[in-house]
Design a protein. Sequence first.
Length: 173
Amino acid sequence: MTDDDALVDFHEADARPPTAAVVASLAAAGVASTAGAVAGPAGGALLGVAALAFLVGSFRRSSRVLGWGAAVGVGGLALAGYRGAPAEALLVAAVGLTVAWDIADHGVGLGEQVGRGARVRRNVAVHAGASLLVGALAAALVYGVTLAVGGGQPVAALALLLAGGIALISALR
């Protein structure tokens, strides 16, 4: 095998996201959809659509589809919050949605950089764990503020949830 053959083999690698990233993303999206369904059926349905978009975006290696899926999921969260869903379910759904999007996006990047066949389980697990930790801390902060200031008003809970989501996305980027 010559050096030219090695370069050709490298460039012909399968650029799809690793299976571990796709499975982890779908697991987090499943948690988000379930929590969204507990919060409200319409919100849960939109979070289910977001999970499907994450699957399609992963297979098509499209960050744009992943972004649209996240936008649909945020719309589902907003709809459930508007209809008076409990803050706890909304926070679990928001963290699940964010973690699912982050892992799917990371998986697309891994697929482009190292290919589907690379050993990346540990990388995906550490990335997912760190994303979940940041999300849990942000959710705890938002929930604490909701309890202290919200007074049980759904509109206030929604506003605080959206502010927490913005802070979470900023922390992940």
